[in-house]
Design a protein around this ligand. Structure first.
Ligand code: BT5
Length: 233
């Protein structure tokens, strides 16, 4: 993929900028030094202080039917986790559905949004532009106590180049996305499972309740057991 990188000192949200550019060619990347209204999922916020993190969104036009768009979350979380591991040497792990943790604390969050393309009435995909937003805590030295968050610098005990994190992330995203388009979902799922820290372990959070999760061949998330276990999201 050819990346066309647009850099901003400060934006409200790189995802919002990318959504406005959703018709732009695949590989259009928005990067900001800070976000004044960084978005999490479901109206939550992503803390995005200036110069401390990587705030990046990329426009993709995957040739996927609507009911397969969820697979992108696996592609992206795998790539982000691999990039963090590669650039830091730290044991980063994926937590369903889209967090990357180090030592149990969140170092990276992912927000995927989609927008119909103008020709989305045509019978073949791509129907939607997919905006993949990734936030990585790189050089933050602390977080408010209510956030279970960490940064690469806090884990490493030294600062690290945000440009190096960006390069690793774009390289890993490119590689896994191409692999996904060429070979399909199954190889991605196998790699994802090896880095996941949720499946088969005790999980009790706002999303899942049960003693274990399994990812079925088709990617469906299945709760193994647990009282009133359910997937609430
Ligand atoms: C996410 O949402 O984790 C998705 C975050 C995506 C951020 C990127 S940055 C580039 C692009 N542009 C955007 O505007 N967004 C994307 P969610 O799973 O809903 O988690 C949000 C929750 O994580 C918050 O409610 C806090 O509890 C916590 N949180 C907020 N900021 C954090 C940070 N910097 N590090 C760790 N946790 C944080």
């Amino acid at each position: 993929m050819n990346f066309a990188i647009h850099r901003f000192d400060s934006v409200a949200s790189t995802n919002d900028v990318a959504l406005q550019m959703a018709d732009a060619p695949e590989g259009t990347v928005i990067i900001a030094g800070e976000q004044t209204s960084g978005k999490g999922r479901r109206g939550r916020k992503w803390s995005s202080p200036p110069g401390e993190g990587l705030y990046l969104s990329i426009v993709l036009h995957p040739s996927l039917p609507y009911d397969k768009l969820w697979q992108m979350a696996f592609v992206v979380s795998l790539a982000a986790c691999e990039a963090i591991r590669e650039v830091s040497g730290l044991d980063a792990r994926i937590k369903l559905p889209n967090d990357i943790l180090i030592n149990g604390r969140k170092v990276c969050g992912i927000l995927i949004e989609s927008k119909p393309l103008p020709h989305s009435h045509t019978p073949t995909p791509p129907y939607s532009a997919v905006v993949v937003g990734i936030g990585i805590n790189v050089n933050n030295q602390s977080f408010p106590p209510d956030l279970n968050a960490t940064s690469l610098a806090m884990e490493l005990g030294r600062t690290i180049s945000i440009a190096d994190v960006e390069n690793a992330l774009l390289r890993c995203l490119d590689a896994r996305y191409e692999q996904f388009l060429t070979d399909g979902f199954q190889p991605i799922l196998e790699l994802w499972k090896a880095l996941d820290c949720t499946v088969g372990r005790q999980t009790t959070d706002h999303m899942f309740e049960g003693t274990g999760l399994e990812v079925a061949e088709n990617g469906d998330l299945q709760i193994q057991s647990g009282r009133d276990a359910s997937v609430a999201e």
